[in-house]
Each structure stands twice: as C-alpha cells, then as structure tokens.
Design a protein around this ligand. Structure first.
Ligand code: ARG
Length: 286
C-alpha cells in the first residue's frame, strides 16, 4: 500500500472539506430552479418526493372542470387528492384533452388518469385500472318537447356524443359505427351545446354529467331519458399497463377513504347525501 504522509493526508482532506462546504453553501443560494440541472450525486440532498402527474379532461362537470381561476376542480379531483394523501404521494393535475389522454398515459407523459373513465375490457388491454370508485350509466338528453321515450327511438336520429367515450360505443352499436347520424365531438359540453342549437336531436353521455348540465342550464330546456338497456359502468383510475405498484397504491387509498368516511363526504359535497341517492338510474337497473 503506498503510504502518504500525514501532512499530505491533511492537505487532501482539507481540500475536500473546503470543496464540500463550498458546494453546500452554493446549493442554498439560488432558490432551486424547478428540477433543472440535477446536482452532482455525491452532494445531492435527499431527492424531492416524486410528484405524480395526473391527466384529466377537465370539461366534465361535476367530475372534473376548470373554475373561473383556471383551477381544476370536481368530484374526481377531490377523490384523487384524498387518495394521494392516504397513499403518501404528491399529485399535480394537468388538463389533458380526452382525445389524447390514453396516449399520454402510454407514453409516460402522465403517471395516471382520472377522468370519469369507465373500466372496459377493451381498455384493460392497453392500461390497468384501480378498483372502481364510482357507478355510472349512459343517459339521453333531448329537448323537453322531443318525442323520444327510449334509446331505440334514436335509431334514425342525429345523436351527439363525445368521441371515443362509452356513449359513442352505445350509439355506434345502435346505428352502426359508420352512421353519418352519429356526431362525434371533442367534449361532452360541445355535444350538449349542439343539442341546444338544434344541430343534433339527442346526446348520449354519462348520467352524472347530463344531470348536472340539465340542472345548471334550465334555459336549454332539456329533459333526460334513461333506458334499461344501458349497462352499468364503473369509473376507475387508469395507470400505465404493468404499473402494478401505483395501481395498488391507488386502490389501497380508495379503500381507505371509503372505510373512513372521506369518500362519502366528498360524494355528499357533489351529489347530496348518500352514494345511492345521486344515481337512482344505476341503482334501479342492477
Ligand atoms: N365514462 C365515459 C368513458 O369512459 C366518458 C368519460 C369522459 N370523461 C371526460 N372527462 N371527458 O368513456
């Protein structure tokens, strides 16, 4: 072993120490520019906790929408915030158009999605879902004076849906996928606006959103029509295929907020008292 003199050792140690002190002081001065230039490994402080980026198509009140300040708010958002707290993770919501939402997950631009996403067998092939957190069903919106009593009455009519949703699926099944009478919109509110304007005869979408829109837009003079043929749907949080760790974290968090009453509190805030009350159509159809 090559020996070094005590003096040489002290010199070297002193230089190293000075370096460390400089680096340490230097680190504190600039108010850490957001996650740019990672600090050299040897002197890096414990890495900041990962912030999970959550994609949501925030045009779906009361589940996810943007308020006047531009904040993303809604039932789904409160649920995820509560789940994140239980799971001990940090989340950040990013408004993500429905059209590209599943791609953003697949490409890793979003860590998970909350967007009133119905768990379907088809989607399960390309993504994984948490345990279900909400029961839903399709519901038809028409003008109050429309002579439409059941889903089959829409067979030859112009029907608006949000492109690529379960509403799109059911009407595509009734009319055929290529039917020119199926009008596909980027968002559900756009489809409902078109109904108001008379461009379509009906809109098929998730019951919670339709009920909310009808209640908040009395001027549109809509009514709702339910149909026993609509299947029961359940919303889940979507994670990238194979991300079992996050999937389990989210499911566990959901179970915890259901067990301790947090879920019911959030539910009551948006839909009234008890979970069954706001979705009578779903309950009745089971
Ligand atoms: N539940 C329906 C589906 O999964 C519609 C969801 C649309 N969500 C939204 N935020 N636009 O297909």
């Amino acid at each position: 072993m090559p020996s070094i003199t005590t003096r040489r050792f002290l010199q070297t140690a002193g230089t190293l120490l000075a370096g460390l002190v400089l680096v340490a002081c230097g680190k504190q001065q600039p108010p850490a520019p957001a996650a740019s230039a990672p600090a050299p490994a040897a002197t890096a402080p414990a890495p900041a906790a990962k912030v999970y980026v959550v994609g949501t198509d925030a045009a779906y009140a009361p589940f996810e929408s943007q308020n006047e300040k531009g904040d993303i708010v809604g039932f789904d958002i409160d649920v995820v915030k509560a789940v994140a707290q239980k799971a001990g993770i940090e989340v950040k919501f990013v408004n993500t158009p429905w059209e590209g939402i599943f791609n953003s997950l697949g490409q890793g631009d979003r860590d998970f999605l909350v967007s009133s996403i119905t768990i379907t067998d088809e989607r399960k092939q390309t993504m994984d879902f948490s345990a279900p957190y909400f029961d839903a069903q399709q519901l038809i919106a028409v003008k109050q004076d429309a002579k439409i009593a059941k889903f089959a009455d829409l067979k030859k009519l112009k029907v608006g849906v949000q492109n690529g949703t379960t509403g799109d699926e059911v009407i595509s099944k009734l009319q055929g996928k290529e039917s020119p009478n199926v009008k596909r919109f980027e968002s559900t509110p756009l489809a409902l606006k078109e109904l108001e304007a008379g461009g379509v005869d009906a809109v098929v979408a998730d019951n919670g959103v339709v009920v909310h829109y009808v209640a908040n837009n009395p001027g549109a003079r809509f009514k709702t029509v339910s149909d026993a043929s609509f299947a029961a749907e359940q919303y889940g949080l979507a994670v990238k295929k194979g991300n079992t760790e996050l999937q389990e974290k989210l499911s566990k968090g959901l179970a915890e907020i259901k067990a301790d009453g947090t879920y019911n509190q959030i539910y009551a805030k948006y839909f009234g008292a008890a979970p069954a009350a706001a979705t009578p159509a779903v309950a009745a159809s089971k």
